[in-house]
Structures are given as structure tokens and as C-alpha cells.
Write a protein that binds this ligand. Sequence first.
Ligand SMILES: N[C@@H](CCC(=O)N[C@@H](CS)C(=O)NCC(=O)O)C(=O)O
Length: 219
Amino acid sequence: MSQGALFANFRIRTWLPRAVVKSLKLDVKILDPEANEQLWSKLFPLKKVPCFVGADGFKLTEQLAVLSYLVNLSGNQSEIQRLLGSSYKEKAEVLQWLSLANTDLCLAFTRGAFPLNGREPYNRKKVEDAYAELERIVQRYEQRLNDHSFLVGDRASLADYLGAVIFTRIFENLFGKKWREEHAKLMQWFDTITKDPFVSFLWDDVKLCDEPLPHPSKK
Ligand SMILES: N[C@@H](CCC(=O)N[C@@H](CS)C(=O)NCC(=O)O)C(=O)O
């Protein structure tokens, strides 16, 4: 009997949960929320993804909770320690980076991109503030990556995977080729993580932008 179902689709917060299911070979069905709308909204009235329902009816929302549960569900002790951290300090550090990527980084991205791609009314100040916030968060990543290959410890953890996943949307929309060439350390880390077989297939169809989304021209 299957271990449960993960509602996931193209949306960025569902990428890593999908990769965990695949790479840890979990017996978890991936359900498209839109194609299973009735079941999805009945189980999860907030209608956000990702969300998980176990074979026993156990329900979870929130990407970080879903990730932690899925990794532990594998029962694979060496992968559990690698992905979530082994000591209590490492576990806290992994959680710290996961939270930074899932909230501050992801939300600064949407604040910067949505007024430019038409999902929200255009507002120059909002876009500029979002870019400034993104630059501050990038500095936080660079501070660590200047003398370390990975965000926590000396091997890739969920912290690296989720960071790279969220940065993907930023590199697809807001930070173009020139910006990326000027941030060699961050891009070296991004390149290493996106080639890691645990997650590399997520980037099969990804195309990073050459130029960032333009501001609308004044009429
Ligand atoms: N705090 C939630 C946020 C979930 C969330 O906002 N997911 C987005 C996709 S990345 C979503 O479902 N958006 C659909 C909507 O807001 O209607 C988490 O970390 O999982």
C-alpha cells in the first residue's frame, strides 16, 4: 500500500518535495492539485502547495514540514542525517537556511517579479525595494560560500537544494547573464548543486534569462 500522496505541480515550492519522493524512492503518489481539485480542496481548504496526505489520513501543509516528514519517512538514516543535519547544531543550521530560502528569498522574488510580469500592478518602488532585499540575501549566501562549498557542513543538504531551487526563479526572471557573471562564487555553488544527481533532473527544462524582466515603458 502506498505511503500517501503529495500534491505537487510546476510551482516552485513543490520542486524539492517531488525530488525527495523520487530520489529516496518513496512509495508516495504525486497528484496534480488542479487535476484532483475536489479531493485537494476537501483535504486542504487553503489550497496551497505542497501538501501531503498519508495512507493513514495524516495531513501536512507547509513545504518545510512536508520536506522533513518525507525525508524521515524514508527510514534511510544516512540520507536523513545528510539532508536534515546530523548534530543538533547542524539541524538548526539546515532549518535556518531552509527558512531563509522558503520565506525571505522566495517572497522577495515575488515582490520583485510580479509587478514586472503582470501578476500585480506595476510599482517601481516595490520592485526596487525587492531587488535591494534580494541583494542583501545574496550577500548572506556569499558570506558563507566564500570559504565553504556547502551551506551547512561539508556536503549538500536540503539547505543547498532548496536555496538553488528558489534562486532558479530569480535567475529565470530578475538576475540576468551579466549579474550572474559578476557573482562567480554563488554561481559556482548553484552549478554544483544543480548537477547533484539527487536533484539535477529538476533543471532538465530550465532556461535562465539573459536579460532581466524589463520595467514597462512610460506611456
Ligand atoms: N507557507 C507555505 C506557502 C505555500 C504557497 O504559497 N505555495 C504557493 C506555490 S509556491 C501556492 O500554493 N500558491 C497558490 C496560491 O497562492 O493560490 C509553504 O511554505 O508551503
